[in-house]
Design a protein around this ligand. Structure first.
Ligand SMILES: [Zn+2]
Length: 209
């Protein structure tokens, strides 16, 4: 007699409820991912289907599309990819998180969002240098008290620095000492991610059908 039992797949919709609002991109329920932190506007939830992350409360598809259009205002859209190796590796230390972050996009989430207004993603391209910078900063975040302190010091991005002056000094020292080792780890991580479509930064173009 066999000990195996038939397995039943539980649809994601079964998790929908007041604590799990629908994903603005695909409509599947959002599930809790990260607790609130000083450098975030609220706790973070994520969609298990398209990968979209939402910091704080979700304003629905229209708001997510407005955020997408704001990012694309300069002519081309660049997303810090929530489906990247860097994000999987960094978790709460992922450099894509910050005080301004609200919607954390993936290529699939963008595809789903723009399809609602009859647009398709025409092409996507990994941005290796920008991605390497994000992966490098993500690795440094695992050893600093502040968040994105090195990018802040380099004027690349606004970081959330540690409260005390001595803590900020330690962060700068740690970033300087570990800059090269972190880079040596970041290169293969980002290269591996980029080669299988999970680079840290992706450029996209979407057009009307
Ligand atoms: Zn989704």
């Amino acid at each position: 007699m066999s000990d195996t039992h038939p397995t039943h797949a539980v649809p994601l919709e079964a998790g929908a409820g007041p604590d799990n609002p629908p994903c603005p991109a695909c409509g599947e329920p959002l599930f809790g991912w990260l607790a609130a932190r000083p450098y975030l506007r609220g706790p973070v939830s994520r969609c298990e289907s398209c990968g979209l992350g939402v910091v704080g409360s979700s304003g629905g598809p229209e708001e997510a599309l407005r955020e997408l259009d704001r990012l694309a205002a300069s002519g081309s859209l660049r997303i810090v990819n929530r489906a990247s190796f860097a994000c999987s590796l960094g978790g709460a230390g992922w450099a894509g998180l910050g005080p301004e972050a609200h919607y954390l996009f993936t290529v699939e989430a963008v595809r789903r969002l723009v399809s609602d207004r009859d647009q398709i993603v025409r092409w996507r391209r990994w941005a290796p240098l920008a991605g390497l910078a994000v992966t490098w900063q993500t690795l440094l975040n695992s050893v600093t008290l502040g968040h994105n302190a090195a990018s802040d010091a380099l004027g690349r991005d606004q970081g959330t620095l540690a409260k005390e002056r001595w803590q900020r000094r330690i962060d700068i020292l740690a970033s300087v000492v570990l800059a090269t080792p972190a880079l040596l780890v970041a290169i293969p991580v980002e290269l591996g991610g980029g080669l299988i479509g999970r680079g840290a930064v992706v450029s996209l173009r979407f057009e009307l059908l």
